[in-house]
Design a protein around this ligand. Structure first.
Ligand code: TPP
Ligand code: SF4
Length: 289
């Protein structure tokens, strides 16, 4: 969504809701200086309101993703059924609701189409979906997008459960975990999706928990820039489900720190060509400061 598209003609300005004017005047689009995570609360965020559970860490993560996008005005998000889309679809960024499982096929076609339609303007495509949507039902499209080195970013919102449908186990649920709809405990282990991304030669791979907001935004920026210029990128984020895992809301961040220590330590796996590219970009960023 570009600022030019959002900006009302002067005659309409005073009739628009204050939230809308706020988004035009204090949103993150085309600012000389892009708002940072440390500016949260001082600018209009891309997601204004959402119907996700109070205290859900997935929502926090989605807000940070929106802050990390290098050019939100030239980004399209592809999502699907699952909790995350409840917030993502409320953001003032174009959102495509793929069928459950086909997000990465949709994103492949979309990215190629955008390159043909806008040869002189980078358009970033970001898939953001749950572990059921990507690692179970959408697995084939996820893997083939990686094998073909499609230039878009996939962000896995890993709450280790099917949250939106009330607690079934997913491929990302840990072995032995008991859930409402897996009462006997999961028999097999958590799928090593990070390892699969690595052997598929994804150019930028990261595992992250939302314990360090600035790092989340920086990781998203890196992943999107690599997908823009080099090849596929993948972020696997721990975004707990406080409902299905019965985490009291005040303990959601404590849980994120515990899980980070246990199995979600920050890790980046970057190809040589992506490293070279990022070094160049970040050198220019530093010079601008
Ligand atoms: C083809 C298809 N199968 C099943 C469903 C039902 N469905 C909706 S959301 C969902 C589970 C979502 O789990 P996940 O992708 O892990 O996301 P979460 O809700 O945990 O964030 C399912 C099975 C659907 N919408 N479409
Ligand atoms: S069910 Fe879980 S993942 Fe979904 S919004 Fe609620 S806390 Fe978040």
């Amino acid at each position: 969504m570009s600022l030019a598209n959002l900006t009302p003609s002067p005659g309409f300005h005073k009739w628009l809701p204050v939230e809308y004017r706020d988004l035009v005047e204090h949103g993150p689009y085309f600012r000389d200086k892009k708002p940072k995570v440390s500016d949260m609360g001082k600018f209009k965020e891309i997601v204004e309101e959402h119907p996700m559970c109070a205290g859900c860490a997935m929502t926090l993560f989605i807000r940070l993703v929106f802050i990390g996008l290098p050019t939100p005005e030239h980004t399209v998000i592809v999502g699907t059924a699952g909790c995350g889309r409840l917030a993502i679809s409320q953001g003032s960024i174009p959102f495509i609701y793929g069928n459950y499982g086909d997000t990465n096929a949709t994103a492949s076609g979309l990215k190629r189409g955008l390159e043909v339609r806008f040869p002189n303007q980078h358009k970033d495509v970001v898939v953001m979906a749950g572990d059921g949507g990507l690692i179970d039902i959408g697995f084939q499209h996820l893997m083939h997008g990686w094998f073909r080195q499609e230039k878009f970013t996939t962000i896995l919102l890993d709450n280790e459960v099917y949250g939106n449908t009330g607690g079934q186990e997913s491929g990302m649920t840990r072995q032995g975990q008991i859930l409402k709809m897996a009462p006997r405990g999961k028999k097999t282990g958590k799928i090593d999706a990070l390892g699969l991304a690595k052997v598929s030669k994804v150019d930028y791979v990261a595992r992250i928990a939302p314990t360090n907001p600035a790092r989340v935004a920086r990781t998203v920026r890196r992943a999107v820039l690599v997908a823009r210029e080099v090849g596929s990128s993948y972020i696997q984020a721990y975004t707990s489900c406080n409902i299905e895992y019965a985490i009291p809301t005040p303990d959601v961040m404590k849980d994120a720190f515990d899980v980070e220590k246990d199995r979600y330590g920050f890790e980046e796996i970057i190809s040589d060509r992506a490293k070279e590219f990022l070094a160049e970009v970040e050198k220019k960023d530093k010079a601008k400061k």
